[in-house]
Ligand binder design. Structure first.
Ligand SMILES: [Zn+2]
Length: 459
């Protein structure tokens, strides 16, 4: 009897081990199935490391950005569109790891846990992706950037749809330059990087938006203070230089003049703790999810800073770095009473006539009160009407801030961050031109051209 029990126990143990093994395989299959099925060795999907069998990618108007024809991945017919949408759409080899071809590989190939790659095997293609971007608008932004390196992004702050996202330098996937990896002149620097989400830049004066928000919330008499600018502010630990001698100014005038002396004074009134807290509250120190990719955290560190360093940080210099996407979404939050819609790129996923999923509007956490947002909007509106020229943003009721960010080597980066208050144009924009020089001469005209085209896209 004892022997029988022992044998039964052994059988139970074997069964238990078998079931445990099965469970491990099931879990592995569930968690890794997509990766196994969509890896480059799978000849159903890839040929010579290039994605071939996958659904099509369309822009918001139905223009084909990429599709598979006779086992070959084919991109849009226009070189302008291929270049301007490269970083959003991605390349067939996956060098641009944040592009749709890499991040939405599962959807494009139609992989599902139950059916595996059934839709590719059965129909020769996966799901189609319908993006929120306008290819023509991206091409307009690309033209406006010219040969400069930089980024332009536009999104709808009420719905979250990204209409334009362009990063330069770029290249044509159809005629990829052969010297791209061997070049030493720097013309292709960071060419695989999507600068909209992953370019970290010194913000310069666009950061005054942040210092402004902090001042509105934390300095009760800020709107009745007067700031005097003599062209420089001498502190014991260093001197903050201004671009001009602005004389006596109100808070509103100091923002429109982009006066470094006034904002140095404001940063010192706020102090390192309060200013840091505001930067964090405004979402700049958090990763920002954009579909299946994300914009990395910005950097702001004034802990233990000298008064001069804190003053420089308050005008967007010192060690401060931001991404264009963070500045875009901050502009959107100001425009939308303190709460921005979450930016997204994929409007819908379809399989033949069937809708697989639809991109929905959702909201980020509020970053400021509606009252602060309203005050900031007023200040940014005043910048446009009193300084940049309202007529250049014809009828758009534009609000904005320029920035000329000093960097260690080379000409400053030129910035513009802003939004339209027009009811039927709920769009925000961020422009950065690397070594672009004066923002008013270079970033502002790009923003004007792109906003005009963006409004025409949605109206
Ligand atoms: Zn000044």
């Amino acid at each position: 009897m004892k022997k029988v029990w022992r044998r039964t126990a052994v059988v139970y143990l074997l069964v238990a081990a078998f079931l445990a093994g099965l469970a491990v395989i099931a879990v592995q299959f569930f968690t890794n199935g997509r990766i196994w099925a969509t890896q480059r060795a799978n000849l159903h999907l890839f040929s010579g490391g290039t994605v071939i069998a996958a659904g099509a990618v369309y822009d918001r108007d139905g223009a084909v950005l990429a599709q598979t024809i006779d086992g070959e991945r084919v991109f849009n017919n226009s070189a302008r569109i291929r270049k301007s949408t490269l970083h959003v759409v991605g390349d067939p080899q996956g060098y641009i790891s944040t592009g749709i071809h890499s991040t939405y590989r599962t959807e494009l190939t139609g992989y599902s846990f139950v059916n595996g790659l059934y839709s590719v095997a059965a129909g020769g293609k996966g799901n189609d992706l319908h993006l929120t971007i306008s290819a023509e608008l991206c091409a307009t932004a690309y033209d406006a950037l010219g040969s400069s390196k930089g980024a332009v992004a536009v999104y709808n702050y009420k719905t979250g749809e990204i209409l334009c996202s362009v990063s330069t330098p770029t290249y044509d996937v159809r005629n990829k330059p052969e010297d791209i990896d061997s070049d030493t002149t720097g013309k292709y620097d960071g060419i695989y990087l999507d600068r909209v989400c992953n370019g970290l830049y010194v913000p310069g004066s666009v950061f005054k938006i942040v210092t402004c928000a902090s001042a509105i919330d934390n300095i009760p008499d800020i709107f009745s203070q007067t700031f005097t600018c003599t062209g420089k502010k001498v502190l014991e630990t260093g001197t903050v230089i201004c671009s001009d001698v602005h004389g006596s100014q109100s808070f509103e005038q100091a923002f429109a003049n982009s006066c470094n002396c006034a904002f140095a004074e404001i940063a010192l009134q706020l102090g390192e703790h309060t200013l840091s807290q505001s930067v964090s509250q405004l979402g700049l120190l958090s990763e920002l999810k954009v579909g299946k990719t994300s914009a990395g955290k910005c950097s702001f560190n004034v802990s233990g800073a000298t008064p001069a360093e804190l003053a420089w940080a308050g005008v967007g210099q010192h060690t401060t770095m931001v991404t264009p996407m963070h500045m875009l979404v901050l502009a959107g939050a100001i425009a939308n009473a303190g709460t921005s819609a979450k930016p997204y790129l994929v409007g819908s996923v379809t399989s033949g006539e069937t809708n697989v999923s639809t991109g929905k509007t959702s909201y980020l956490d509020p970053v400021m009160t509606s009252q602060t947002a309203l005050s900031l909007s007023g200040l940014m509106r005043n910048n446009v009407t009193s300084k940049y020229g309202d007529s250049s943003f014809k009828g758009l009721e534009m609000c904005g801030k320029t920035g000329t960010a000093e960097i260690e080597n080379g000409a400053p980066h030129a910035w513009f961050v802003g939004f339209s208050q027009k009811e039927d144009c709920p769009l925000a924009i961020a422009v950065v031109i690397e070594n672009g020089g004066l923002a008013s001469e270079n970033a502002l005209p790009v923003a004007q051209k792109v906003m005009k085209a963006a409004y025409n896209t949605i109206k």
